[in-house]
Design a protein around this ligand. Structure first.
Ligand code: NAD
Length: 535
């Protein structure tokens, strides 16, 4: 009981339980309530000097007592989420080999080919519903970290539980080890994965195929979330498996929905229509083209035809503006956005010539939204919408302060990682954080409650709209275009309800619930971090 974090109550075991379970003498005598334990844990958390120390503290707590861990998260979400997820989780992944104490999640290597189902059956829980899987190739904006990327599936699943009430026993983090092309890791004595180059091509594809088939066999009700795969594999895997197993890619689709929600909510401030926007993206990877694809779907819904809608999205990648002349050799996901236009080399020129209403940074390259670029956006837009979404904070295209200062307070700004409040000319701005956590827990929960066969694009569109509707006038008054993170549980539940309804409407649900009963079904499914009685 003391060693199993799902069962352990630590100093909260009652006298009766201590006798009934043979724990007498194994714990200090005083019995604490869960709330008292939360207070102690929180004061210990506060004593940790650096965010990474706080991360290690919370990891140890999670490995010891999950109920207490999730109660702490529920009590202090605004302080805890940036530690268990971005930005601190990025540092935690970089340091994972050093801070590693005991494994959490499952490691499946390419050497296990032919026996993946057998390996999955080693997992102690039999009714897994939510799997977050990575192969570590593109961890946040940090690149190829191999198995050190395990911090990401672990962190995301903690968010599923704390934000959307998914029971921890349903959750399974997985890292697939197919090697790493990060040479520093090959030569690093603390690296925990296989020291070999990444397996590619048919061998990789067969490995993934076996993995997906094994998941379907061993955990038939599981939703599979693809996480932080490299660009070439991410798009391919999503399109190959989207309809074969209930699955989605958060970097592509979750990001798209949270960014679109930010846009819809910002348009409530500007008073302009979605169909009148022109978006310029810096970075044409998973996040950027994912956002553009969902924006296109939203614009089509708003009355544009698809070609027209795609024409509203422009991309600058590392080679300059993505244009028709570059079609040869252009990555597949960029092709729909390679419009007829003379070549443009820089972002500054592209802003000047295209005059976008919205500028979105998803390049992983810091300080690329220069003072001049931001000032120019504010010249031809009364309220320019500027999102610097690259993570972690050190990679953001501009800081919140730069966005407000260089636009003379006009910018409607959101970032990927949190920024503190900014004082500018006597006004306080609270920057919105376009955190995927607003979307994926609710979408996942909604899909699971009705056992949806797929997670469709329309579900993400609905999630984005629902999120934007939850932003209040009080939020807008302080410059925030997302609800406060303190409302995350409510946000996730509302999104889950809408997603579940959509699953039923579209015929994807395997459990049919009348519309008016969905809210209760979602609410009844929520995990609460409270101790059960064993006496
Ligand atoms: P990716 O590797 O798929 O794409 C990055 C793209 O940026 C590539 O097309 C690359 O060519 C381009 N690029 C790199 N440097 C550039 C430069 N100097 N100028 C122009 N283009 C450049 O990565 P991704 O998944 O699209 O993620 C990109 C960034 O977005 C990451 O930093 C990630 O953390 C962030 N992100 C944020 C959120 C969020 O805020 N909710 C969600 C997902 C991703």
């Amino acid at each position: 009981m003391l060693a199993d974090p799902l069962l352990n109550k630590g100093t909260a075991f009652s006298d009766e339980e201590r006798d009934a379970l043979g724990l007498r003498g194994l714990l200090p005598p005083r019995i604490f309530t869960l709330d008292e334990q939360v207070n102690r844990a929180y004061s210990n958390f506060q004593r940790q000097p650096e965010p990474i120390d706080k991360y290690v503290f919370l990891t140890l707590l999670q490995n010891r007592n999950e109920t207490l861990f999730f109660k702490v998260l529920e009590t202090y979400p605004e302080e805890m989420i940036p530690i268990i997820y971005t930005p601190t989780v990025g540092q935690a992944c970089l340091d994972y080999g050093v801070i590693f104490r005991r494994p959490r999640g499952m490691f499946i290597t390419i050497r296990e080919r032919g026996r993946i189902a057998e390996v999955l059956r080693h997992w102690p829980q039999t009714d897994v519903r939510m799997i977050v899987v990575t192969d570590g190739e593109r961890i946040l904006g940090l690149g190829d970290l191999g198995v050190l990327g395990m911090g990401i599936p672990v962190g995301k699943l903690s968010l599923y539980t704390s934000c959307a009430g998914l029971h921890p026993r349903y959750c399974m983090p997985i890292t697939l080890d197919v090697g790493t092309n990060n040479e520093n890791l090959h030569n690093n004595s603390t690296y925990l994965g296989m020291s070999q180059h990444r397996v590619r091509g048919a061998e990789y594809d067969e490995f993934i195929e076996e993995f997906v088939t094994a998941v379907k066999t061993v955990f038939p009700k599981a939703l599979l979330q693809w996480e932080d795969f490299g660009n070439t594999n991410a798009f391919r895997l999503l399109s190959t498996y989207q309809k074969r197993i209930c699955s989605f890619n958060d970097d592509i689709q979750g990001t798209a929905a949270v960014a679109l929600a930010g846009v819809i909510s910002a348009l409530r401030v500007t008073g302009t229509a979605l169909a009148d926007q022109k978006i310029l993206f810096l970075g044409a990877g998973e996040a950027g083209t994912g956002i553009a694809d969902l924006f296109t779907a939203a614009a089509v819904d708003a009355g544009l035809d698809e070609t027209e809608a795609r024409q509203r999205c422009w991309f600058v990648d590392s080679q300059g503006l993505v244009v028709h002349d570059r079609l040869e050799g252009l990555a597949h996901h960029k092709i729909p956005y390679a419009h007829e236009h003379p070549p443009i080399k820089t972002l500054a020129e592209a802003v000047e010539i295209l005059r976008p209403t919205i500028l979105i940074g998803v390049s992983g390259t810091p300080s690329t939204f220069t003072e001049a670029i931001i000032a120019q956006m504010a010249e031809f837009n009364e309220r320019p919408i500027i999102f610097a979404l690259s993570n972690p904070t050190s990679k953001a295209e501009c800081t919140a302060e730069a966005a407000y200062r260089n636009s003379e307070g006009k910018a409607i700004f959101a970032s990927g990682s949190p920024f503190s409040a900014v004082e500018y000319q006597g006004q306080t701005f609270i920057p919105g954080q376009g955190n995927n956590v607003y979307i994926f827990p609710g979408v996942g929960l909604g899909a699971l409650v009705v056992e949806s066969a797929e997670v469709s694009e329309r579900m993400f569109l609905i999630a984005a709209r629902t999120l934007a509707e939850l932003v209040t006038d009080e939020d807008f008054a302080i410059g925030r275009i997302y609800p406060s993170l303190t409302r995350i549980r409510e946000v996730s539940v509302v999104i889950a309800i809408e997603v579940a309804k959509e699953a039923i409407r579209s015929g994807l649900a395997r459990i049919i619930i009348p519309d008016e009963e969905i809210e209760a079904a979602v609410n009844n499914s929520l995990y609460q971090p409270v101790y059960q009685s064993y006496a």
